[in-house]
Design a protein around this ligand. Structure first.
Ligand SMILES: [Zn+2]
Ligand SMILES: [Zn+2]
Length: 346
């Protein structure tokens, strides 16, 4: 089968790999769509040579083969599958930190979603694989995992109807967060330095979108919250150095929520005395729990979120370079790889 393989910093090769062999409880999925995640790009940008670096984890496809003993799934089923499975009974899992479970990151799809086929382990089949009805496109189903990341984050910071959140960064994760919050009845103030991103957010229904250059953000937040400040500041992108000055946007007792990595950035200096006296918490969320995957899948199947704005930029398996170029150049907010398509002139 054809697949993409990481071979070093900015070196991903389009190559031939053996189709994985499935054993007891496992299934083989023919991958129809796999989203390109920011974390894939981060890995591609990093020098991880010599390590096994699976790429692609936002997978939707069709079951090609089932191993002995598989229950509840059959050949031909349309499915989505996540890449990590927590063990469910270690200290981390019991303390609601399943994404910190030591088994979590060690589990993966074989060889990763940027391949014509993936082997799905028995633990994945039992815990993180869901059926996709024919009315839901594979490309929307493939966004189950990123939506689950967003839902888990919102759950962590306990945002509810009537609350106010500031979302910094209106890339894919910022937009998805904005959509999910609006669906919940949370008032969102969205910020992105790129006017095109703000415009896109407005098209998706964001009422209060700014580039920050208007110098109106603080006044708008104040007005929307009768002077209190936002319940949560959700940082999905942007320089870490700006976070300290944004504490004034957060209400007393509110939350600074880090929902992005800050690789290669110098540490930000937060005013700890202010955090203490104003009881502001710093909360982060890295990856979803099983309940969030279930909820994301339910919402997508029920058509409660329209993910179609994110599924339009598709690329063949040998078109990763172009996908990377468009994402890095902010020409597209989300790239979807079609692994079973390649070899065409593009
Ligand atoms: Zn991801
Ligand atoms: Zn665990």
């Amino acid at each position: 089968m054809k697949a993409l393989r990481y071979e070093g910093q900015n070196k991903v090769v389009f190559t031939e790999l053996p189709v994985p062999v499935v054993s007891d409880g496992e299934v083989l999925v023919a991958v129809e769509v796999c989203g390109l995640c920011g974390s894939d790009i981060l890995k591609i940008d990093s020098d991880l040579k010599g390590r096994d670096v699976p790429l692609g984890h936002e997978v939707a496809g069709r079951i090609e083969l089932v191993g002995p003993g598989v229950k509840g799934f059959k050949v031909g089923d349309r499915v989505v599958v996540a890449h990590h499975v927590p063990c469910g009974d270690c200290h981390y899992c019991r303390k609601s930190s399943p994404s910190m479970c030591r088994e979590f990151k060690q589990t993966n799809l074989d060889p990763g979603g940027f391949a014509e086929y993936v082997r799905v382990s028995a633990r994945h089949v039992e815990n993180v694989m869901f059926k996709l009805p024919t009315k839901v496109q594979y490309s929307q189903g493939a966004l189950t995992e990123p939506l689950a990341c967003v839902l888990r984050n919102i759950r962590r910071v306990d945002l509810r109807e009537g609350d106010t959140a500031v979302v910094v960064g209106l890339g894919f994760i910022g937009l998805l967060t904005t959509l999910a919050l609006m669906k919940k009845g949370v008032t969102v103030v969205g910020l992105d330095t790129d006017p095109a991103r703000v415009k896109q957010a407005s098209k998706l229904g964001l009422e209060h979108g700014y580039t920050g250059r208007e110098n109106r953000t603080e006044a708008v937040i104040s007005q929307l919250t009768t002077g209190r400040g936002a319940d949560v500041l959700i940082v999905t992108a942007g320089p870490a150095s700006l976070i300290p000055s944004r504490l004034t946007w957060v209400r007393d007792g509110g939350i600074v929520n880090l929902f992005a990595g800050f690789a290669k950035q110098p540490p930000a200096q937060l005013d700890l005395d202010q955090l203490y006296h104003r009881e502001i918490s710093v909360l982060t969320s890295y990856s979803p729990a099983l309940e969030d995957l279930k909820e994301a899948h339910r919402m997508i199947v029920a058509g409660e979120v329209d993910l179609s704005p994110f599924t339009k930029s598709t690329f063949p398996l040998d078109g990763l370079d172009e996908a990377l170029r468009q994402v890095r150049g902010r020409e597209t907010v989300k790239a979807m790889i079609i692994p079973r398509k390649y070899g065409a002139a593009h």
